[in-house]
Design a protein. Structure first.
Ligand code: PHE
Length: 340
């Protein structure tokens, strides 16, 4: 056996006993490092007489190839073994607690909106969505408020740079859209959404808030149906013992118009700052749909009649949860949001 053959056998034998990563690194260093056995064997080339050099060089290269291949094989084997070992010994524990997950929650405006819509759902109302950017004509004109009508002063309006386009000041223009889509069929819809008013922001007034509009149209629908509906709604939301009171009011799009109050839930109608010591809380505006509005919506006032109402969701929210400042809804304060 030549020296090189002996070297090959030695290298392979040493590899066979180097089964883990550490000893493989050491083997590689010993054989292929700067002063390793293979470079050393190559160096011998210079000591040989010329004619022998070629054959020797070829033999050393072959040795290098064989040992490199054997090393790669041993390395792969060691990796596989390490994996098998870790699977066998380090067991997966599915009972370990997972990474904590920050979960969000519903905004109180959403919670209350859903409660309101659910209550009307029980009364047979369907949800109808309407646009927030509205034209002046639908927000006012179609609702019986032609330009310069003094009643427009009841709504402080955001005008856009586009003449005739406004941010809706109430959900009532949605009545026109719903009517025009459904006329002359009977109709029972609630229209939820944001409305915008150009107002000073205080604890009790905001520039944007939610409203829910209600509209019920058909034949032989009267004021008593309106009162029964609102009472059923208020009791579903605030409890079966709530008392409801009606005052006459004015809206250009309803005739007659009413304002609906319920007995103050905060002081049990004894009188407190929230109900301004009256014992009553204003909940919503309502009335029988004005004949002009019916006609604008495509209904015949001689054949059809109906009622409409509009309620402020934040106001109801504040009453339900005892919230004192309306600005809290848009403050983005997590302490407020987490308390629901
Ligand atoms: N749109 C009225 C408001 O915003 C409320 C209302 C709706 C009154 C429907 C009567 C009928 O003040």
């Amino acid at each position: 056996m030549s020296d090189l053959e002996q070297l090959e056998a030695q290298g392979v034998a040493e590899l066979a006993t180097s089964s883990d990563e550490q000893s493989l690194i050491a083997w590689n260093q010993r054989w292929f490092g700067k002063t390793g056995l293979v470079p050393l064997a190559l160096k011998k080339l210079t000591e040989l007489p010329g004619p022998e050099r070629k054959a020797y060089g070829q033999a050393v290269n072959k040795l290098k190839e064989i040992l490199s291949a054997a090393f790669a094989k041993a390395q792969a084997l060691a990796k596989e073994r390490a994996l098998e070992l870790s699977i066998a010994t380090e067991q997966l524990d599915p009972t370990l607690p997972g990474k904590p997950w920050e979960s969000g929650s519903l905004h109180p405006a959403t919670i209350t909106m859903r409660r309101i819509l659910a209550a009307f759902g029980e009364l047979g109302y369907e949800v109808y969505h309407s646009r927030e950017v509205e034209d002046d004509e639908t927000n006012f004109g179609m609702l019986n408020m032609p330009p310069h009508h003094p009643a427009r002063d009841m709504w402080d309006t955001f005008h856009t740079t586009d003449p005739g386009l406004v941010l809706r000041t109430h959900t009532s223009p949605g009545q026109i859209h719903a009517m025009r889509e459904r006329a002359p069929n009977p109709l029972r819809v609630v229209l939820p959404g944001l409305v915008y008013r150009y107002e000073q922001i205080t604890a009790r007034s905001e520039i944007m808030f939610h409203q829910v509009e209600g509209l019920c149209l058909g034949e032989n629908i009267g004021l008593t149906d309106l009162l029964g509906t609102l009472e059923a709604f208020i009791r579903r939301l605030f409890g079966p013992d709530r008392k409801v009171r009606v005052r006459s009011s004015y809206f250009p799009f309803t005739e007659p118009s009413i304002e609906v109050d319920m007995d103050c839930i905060l002081c049990s109608a004894k009188g407190c700052p929230v109900c301004k010591r009256s014992g009553w809380l204003e909940i919503l505006g309502a009335g029988m749909v004005h004949p002009v509005v019916l006609r604008n919506g495509g209904y015949d006032p001689d054949k059809h009649a109906g009622f409409a109402f509009g309620l402020g969701v934040e106001r109801i929210n504040m009453l339900l949860y005892g919230i004192e400042d309306i600005r809290a809804f848009w403050s983005g304060d997590l302490r407020f949001l987490r308390s629901f």
